[in-house]
Design a protein around this ligand. Sequence first.
Ligand SMILES: [Zn+2]
Length: 685
Amino acid sequence: MSPRVRWAATAAALLLGLPFAAPPANAEPPAPAAPVISLSSGEHALIRFRLADQATLDRLVAAGADLAARPRTDAGAVLADLVVDDVRLAELVKNGAVPVQLIQRESDAAARRPAVAKVSADTLKFLQAYWWTVGGRTFLQTQVTTTATDDPDVEITVTWTAADGSTGTYPLVRFEDSGEYQYHYALPQPLPGKPVRVTASSSLGGTARPVTPATWPGSTPPATPAGYQKDFVAAYMTPADIAARIKRLARQYPKLVDVINLPNRTQGYRRTAVAYLGDPNAAAVVVESVKFGDQKMNGVQVRTVDPGAKNRPLAATYADRVLTVRLATDDTGKTISTTDDVAAFITAKYPRRFQAFVETGSAGLPMPVVAPVRLDDGLEGTEVSKKPWTVQALRIGKVRDGSRTGVLAYSQEHAREWATPLVTLEFAERLLANYATDPATRALVDNVDVFIIPTVNPDGANYAFNDFNFQRKNLVNHCAGASRDPRYRDSWGVDVNRNYTVGSYFDGYVGGSANCLSGTYAGTAELSEAESRNVIALASAHPNIRFAMNVHSYGGYFMWPPGSYKAEGRVTLPRPSIDESKFYLDSARRIVGAIAAERGTVTWPAYTGPVADVLYSAAGNSADQLYYELGIDAWDFEVGNDRWNEATGEWEGVGFQPPFDEAHAEAQEYAGGLVELVRIAASAG
Ligand SMILES: [Zn+2]
């Protein structure tokens, strides 16, 4: 029995034999005749009944009657509004309840129901909507969030309307980082004209409030006067070229320039000397000098020989720059030394001269007799100094006593980013060359103390110019054992920009590696490398430095802290305050505007923001240490913005070492950005 039927039966039983008391004789006149109320079969209605008394109502309620509103009394009787169907109505009437008002039929509701919007499963919001024009072409970039953050299949479409009334749509893609939903975005979209309105809708039915896109960056730098000098870079520059340029600038502008030799000399463009003793595809031991190849170890020879006698132990001699290993023999005179025996023996007998290890795949194999092979450091740059390198900084300013606000610009932490020293040197030279003729430049140089490290990582840079152009790291090899195999020579080194102390790999942050062959190898410890110690030494020694720019390539980013997060929960380093964040963004718009002034290159709004949000987590990067430990407002450039190809309708990357014309243009535009940073510093006082 359904509850409804049960209730009807019970109600009928309760009322059966309990006739409503007739109104007493002295009562008021009987109520007016009740209207005839009838329901069609199965129809429900809300009906007001007159019941004999409260007890009758109580019995009905106890039996499950659908009492719609608070009952009221009327002339001793009880008025109760009940939802009933035709069957129940008949039963109640039969048992003395008097229906006095048909309040509402079931069918009335349809006409009265409001037109309810379909309930959508998500809500959208524009995080960004910016437009700009380059070379007559207008672009729009948007970021939208959905509240359906956990649904990877939500599709979001943006619809734009341009000032001329034309419209169009484009899809966004979901951006997730470290397993956490961030937002939906798209590359900048070409439009026929200025957009006046954008809307967004999702596949779940969600919509965003329409937005009028803002102009980006919405800032232009002050015009430079006639005769303002630019264009001081004519070719890519090696570390030796950079050193020569620094020397020339110091000589040319002695009243405005100091050269600072940073305290930690680098390893230098050097490697140990190494050779395969044997065939690396069959059985071989890798023999390596302990000292560097240039320290009289290049050319040293190694060989193995059969002693030609029975029962000889493994033995070795080193004379006249030849290491001779005599293999052990058995009682038949056959050689019995294995690769492991030979490697261990060499390392143990000549700990200050040689180290040896078994080539991968050769473990436990018989050691062959090998004719002499020469150890070599393998470095191709014969013109490059092999000495430890003294990294230099330029200090530019009229007053260089620490009383002026300091700005630090440093470049080429990553060796292959050849365009970046061109940026900082072009910037230096603009300040110096225009000092005498441009009052605005003179005011900046008089009031700001500018520090510039054109190449933080000269050893890696020399390797990138001479040996392996994609070298990112420095030249220090911390690998041990088989990963010292020379086949890995292009993977050794420490990522200088993962070797700092704040939010580092060693602290559990994401974006650095413990693998010595990884592109983001963090080193053996925080600040294990001379290169990173130099940056911090300079910043620490000059507490007047309040602003810094770390210049990288490529991609066209403009970023600030936080630069890293922990994987668990994607917890970033502390966010700058609201005031600081506003300062970062306001300054960014000025600097992006100055970059754009050179050749119209616009750093995308989606690529302007905290490192951890717009690029990736970079555990132990330098900007974070400058900001969190030294209180310096520290930004990062990734110069080399994507270029729009009108023919293909695609954005194209420029790479680490574009044709020089492109690198030259990057130097011009980002030098303009650095000059704007100095203006910001000057006005910050
Ligand atoms: Zn870089």
